[in-house]
Design a protein around this ligand. Structure first.
Ligand SMILES: Cc1ncc(COP(=O)(O)O)c(C=O)c1O
Length: 350
């Protein structure tokens, strides 16, 4: 038997959302991708990087991704020493665990939310605790003092779509002895965010991704905003060339093109509201969403049945077998046309 670490032998790997090979043949609403293309300026920036037959690719990229970091810092109103770029926000979530939680230490997150935190903890050999939700989406039984090393708070919550208020997040920051990591993968589709708490509370880190609101899931781009001491630690841990040249160029250009970004986000939010209203009228429960997806429950609370019926119509959504979620489905918001087809199908399926 090969001498694997015990925790690696025993852990189950994370199973990402299904990516069909014949992507064009599906209405693909299962992994919260953006239905619109990335900013044309991002595409131009990638092309410019590939000029002269890609000769520039012979050279390593800037190890610090400084141009992209500067752009993100400008956008969010922080000094660049408070920002780190990542190969997808998954990379920075991983590095946060590596920085703060050793083998046997505890981390926690909300159930249901993003189960990848569990996988990352298992790799590290850290223990995992989860906190459930009340019927009105407050944290259940969260202690006055949580002693673990990291508490991951996904806000907006994925897959349910609701957001925690700024007051709640600030209160949690005071109760968490370790770091409070606010995973804001979907915050660009919400009314508010927790960025101001990074300056205010010593232990708050905010993570973001360019996968959703900037349509760059395929480039693998994320970032974190935190105190310079935390950023310096994350800089020590990451792969030294964690972002390739094309990703750095795309990140900088996409973050700089706020007009395009705002137009796409507004369109998705408008479609989300239209779709939610239509589905409620058809008898579905729809949780008001601050993300680019909605969590919906059919009248008979049989999420698996509706998933299958949509699948046979080549509409792909996400069904979770987890007991807390199996009654419903998470549906990403696509173009208006895609959502019209999906709404019509859901009305037919009932
Ligand atoms: C809550 C949450 N956090 C993080 C991520 C990871 O995003 P990225 O593509 O930046 O790695 C996702 C992706 O689906 C997500 O849903």
């Amino acid at each position: 038997m090969i001498p694997l670490r015990e925790n690696i032998r025993n852990m189950a790997g994370y199973v990402p959302g299904f990516q069909p090979r014949d992507g064009q043949a599906w209405i693909k609403l299962n992994t919260n991708e953006n239905p619109y293309p990335p900013s044309p300026r991002a595409i131009e920036a990638i092309r410019a990087e590939l000029a002269e037959d890609g000769a520039g690719l012979r050279r390593y990229p800037d190890a610090a991704s400084m141009a992209a970091r500067d752009e993100a810092a400008r956008l969010y109103g922080f000094d660049p020493s408070w920002v780190i770029m990542a190969n997808g926000s998954d990379e920075v979530l991983n590095n946060l665990i590596r920085a703060f939680a050793g083998e046997g230490d505890e981390i926690a997150y909300v159930h249901p939310s993003y189960s990848y935190y569990s996988t990352l903890a298992a790799i590290q050999g850290a223990r995992v605790r989860t906190f459930g939700l009340t019927g009105d989406f407050a944290l259940k039984d969260f202690p006055a003092r949580y002693p673990g090393k990291i508490f991951f708070l996904t806000s907006p919550n994925a897959p349910l779509g609701f957001s925690f208020s700024l007051e709640t997040i600030e209160d949690l920051a005071g109760r968490v002895a370790g770091m409070l990591v606010v995973d804001e993968a979907y915050a660009d589709f919400a009314q508010g965010n927790a960025l101001e708490l990074v300056g205010k509370c010593q232990n708050v880190v905010v993570t973001r991704t360019l996968s959703k609101s900037y349509s760059l899931a395929g480039m693998r781009l994320g970032l974190a905003v935190a105190r310079p001491e935390v950023i310096a630690a994350l800089d020590k841990i990451r792969d030294h060339y964690n972002l390739d040249r094309l990703a750095q160029a795309a990140a900088r250009a996409a973050l700089a093109d706020q007009d395009y970004f705002r137009t796409c986000v507004a369109r998705i939010c408008e479609t989300r509201e239209w779709f939610s209203t239509g589905l409620r009228d058809a008898g579905y429960q729809v949780i008001p969403s601050s993300g680019n997806y909605v969590f919906i429950t059919p009248p008979d609370r049989d999420g698996a049945r509706v998933y299958q019926s949509l699948y046979t119509r080549r509409i792909l959504v996400r069904h979770f077998t987890d007991n807390a979620l199996a009654h419903g489905l998470r549906v990403s918001i696509g173009t208006r046309e895609e959502m019209e087809t999906t709404l019509a199908a859901l009305k037919e399926i009932g």
